[in-house]
Ligand binder design. Structure first.
Ligand SMILES: Nc1ncnc2c1ncn2[C@@H]1O[C@H](COP(=O)(O)OP(=O)(O)OP(=O)(O)O)[C@@H](O)[C@H]1O
Length: 301
């Protein structure tokens, strides 16, 4: 079945993962739409890798369930073939050459697109005879993406794929990804600390903080329904019921709120502004942050 016919590429219900006594992910309900590029954003330790590893079938849930491309993750070989996964540190077999990795991919994957893989390796300027262990971090990330794409997956999961890359390598990686998305019917979920990557590549956002999904939705819709209100100091509890306060800051005289609402804001005592992606993500991180903890989200341009 093509991704175009599916509503959700990832469907989680009450999903949770516990390591010893500590929940790394809890009460996660998600319906990630097919055919989109989903950005999963959150601070260190939020549970992003845990969620992506559950989706890739590398971890088993401690609670709830997760379905990927219409079936339980990693249920069988066919299901594994539907998902391409690039793990956080883009692991490769150090002693195998680039060409060996392609040969392995060919042998293991029924829908392997060898011509595309070889063409990409040539375009990236990778030497097929070079051992993966001697590639730079950026080259290894590109090789991992090439291998994942050559599987012709329905869903590509990328766990902080560009975290270790310099800005140029990061741009090249994201470009290759966006070309692949434009070329093939492909759903992508990528995690990142970098708002700029999400801004450039993603059209759907999930913010995960302290093991819980804080907000998930179409990026444009989220930006259109969140507003910054600035006005004379007042109690946020007195706002109309349809205005959900996401974050609030007060000085002696002034109150600044970030609110979510589908409805127009008529109160003339507020000055109302739109927000950008960075404001949105920081507001949801701020909501859960103890006063002493600063959000650790990188904003690189
Ligand atoms: N194998 C493990 N054993 C015990 N605790 C773990 C294990 N893996 C992850 N954790 C814990 O689970 C929580 C979530 O970790 P996870 O790696 O999913 O976060 P993350 O959002 O991907 O973080 P980062 O951005 O730093 O990669 C953290 O508190 C982490 O210490």
């Amino acid at each position: 079945m093509s991704t175009g016919l599916r509503d959700s590429v990832i469907r989680a219900r009450g999903l949770g993962k516990k390591y010893r006594q500590r929940w790394a992910l809890q009460d996660c309900d998600l319906d990630l739409p097919a055919g989109r590029v989903v950005g999963l954003v959150g601070p260190n330790g939020a549970g992003k890798s845990t969620l992506l590893n559950l989706a890739a079938g590398l971890l088993a849930p401690s609670a709830g369930s997760i379905e990927v491309c219409g079936g339980p993750s990693a249920a069988d070989v066919a299901q594994l073939a539907r998902v391409g996964f690039v793990a956080q540190d883009t692991p490769a077999y150090a002693r195998l050459t680039v060409a060996d990795h392609l040969a392995l991919g060919r042998r293991l994957n029924p829908a392997w697109d060898d011509a595309a893989a070889r063409e990409r390796v040539a375009r990236l300027g990778l030497d097929p005879k070079q051992r993966a262990g001697t590639l730079s971090g950026g080259q290894r990330a590109q090789l991992a993406l090439t291998l994942a794409l050559a599987k012709r997956p329905e869903l590509l999961i990328l766990d902080e794929p560009v975290a270790a890359l310099d800005p140029l390598a990061r741009r090249e990686f994201m470009q290759l990804l966006m070309e692949a998305v434009a070329e093939h019917e492909l759903s992508v979920v990528l995690s990142s600390h970098l708002v700029s990557d999400v801004e450039r590549a993603c059209d759907y956002l999930v913010v995960l903080v302290d093991s819980r999904v804080q907000v998930a939705g179409d990026l444009d819709e989220l930006l259109a329904t969140h507003h910054r209100l600035v006005g004379a100091r007042r109690d946020p509890d007195r706002l109309p019921a349809h205005q959900q306060v996401i974050s609030a800051r007060h000085t002696d005289r002034q109150t600044t709120l970030l609110v979510r609402t589908e409805e127009p804001i008529h109160d003339p005592s507020w000055s109302v502004d739109g927000i950008n992606l960075e404001d949105l993500v920081l507001a949801y991180m701020d909501r859960t942050a103890p006063a002493v903890r600063r959000p650790r989200l990188e904003v690189q341009r």
